[in-house]
Design a protein around this ligand. Sequence first.
Ligand code: GAP
Length: 453
Amino acid sequence: MTETAPSKATMEKIVSLCQRRGFIFPSSEIYGGLSSCWDYGPLGVELKRNIKEAWWQALVRERDDIVGLDASIMMHPKTWEASGHIKGFADPLVECKSCHLRWRADELKDTRCPSCGGELTEPRMFNLMFKTFMGPVEEEASTIYLRPETAQGIFVNFENVLNTTRKRLPFGIAQMGKAFRNEITTGNFIFRSREFEQMELEFFIKPGTDDEWFNYWVEERLNWYTKLGIRRENLRLHKHAKEELAHYALSCTDIDYQFPMGWAELEGIANRGDFDLVQHSTFSGKNLNYFDEESKQHIVPHIIEPSGGVDRAALAFLCDAYDEDIAEGEPRVLLHLHPTLAPIKVAILPLSRKEKPAELAKKIYADLRQCWTATYDDAQSIGRRYRRQDEIGTPFCVTIDFQSLEDEQVTIRDRDSLKQIRVPISELKNTLAAKLSGEALFVLPPGGKIWKE
Ligand code: GAP
């Protein structure tokens, strides 16, 4: 049994676990790292893929009213004129006259430099888009931008999707992918970086149904996080005041998470009205409207946009899952990650390296990895091996012992409760599938028994 010693994830603990176990490393670390860029290691990449897969499953695969898209990162420069990013996507920047550090003026509490107390310059607006050049000539005419949000790739494809899928309102287009912002202040690990991934849905609706769909999507997105294990008390809704709204938004509600550094935005749900389709119609000369069969009129749909960050979601899932307790008299660190998100679903641990049990364990490993991310570990004591799996959030460990050779049974150990069951090898796959989908551990397959309460 475990005695739960209440503990809270600190950013230091999360960063240390991520680096120690191969979730997340500083980018280009051998060269001293690159400010606010991060590399996802072997476990981090699995976690991130699982988050994206869960989002895609819930928004695209399980619904008839949403389709997917994967637009290019580099877009026609006119896109950013139409979207308002060239003119309006800027933060006020001030520079310290002594140490030359740069700060966002709107985030400063004082009129002096927070680092050295020096005098600050007057604020000037600093555009957050990364510029580059397309083709061999570095001239104004070939300037393009790395997209600062994935949303615009959706708006410019509205007509393509409408014509090829014959979707009727209300319907959505979902996309996830990299976005880039030359943020003035970054930090808090992967919370705010200059290269990150977004998961965005643009949901096109009939004008006048805005409130209904806005509330629907706030609820849906909250439920997505809680179903995947985030505690409701660590989430809150923050409705934007008029002066907080982005240039395109009629209204916006953030889903905030209680990160170790405090409450901060995890995802935003915005009502973008007809801003984007009108702007792109004006700038492209294409009529991006919709013929409404009911009213027999051409209308410009309104857009409700739930927009979340993959990296912020990863950080929130890690923080919420982090725990420390005492297991069998020893302190342990564990991640209570939801099985859907856990980088490794099952670890196969032979109790002996001797030929016969090892052979059986390897056979089981080969079989299980056809279905799930699995790992095989025969190094050090079983206690230490369990701890290693607990620390990376592996929900189940399967142990193979000498008795397994005779009774053709193995034990399954549950990460959170430490309870164990013993099941016939022939029932192992079905049993694990059921437990990974949420079935209680002590619901036993034919021939199974409780091993350790
Ligand atoms: N299309 C709307 C849009 O981009 P946003 O609030 O600027 O809205 C949406 O960004 C989400 O993208 C945020 O809620 C956050 O999760 C993520 N995000 C934004 N900037 C980020 C950054 N610099 N680093 C990591 N994630 C970021």
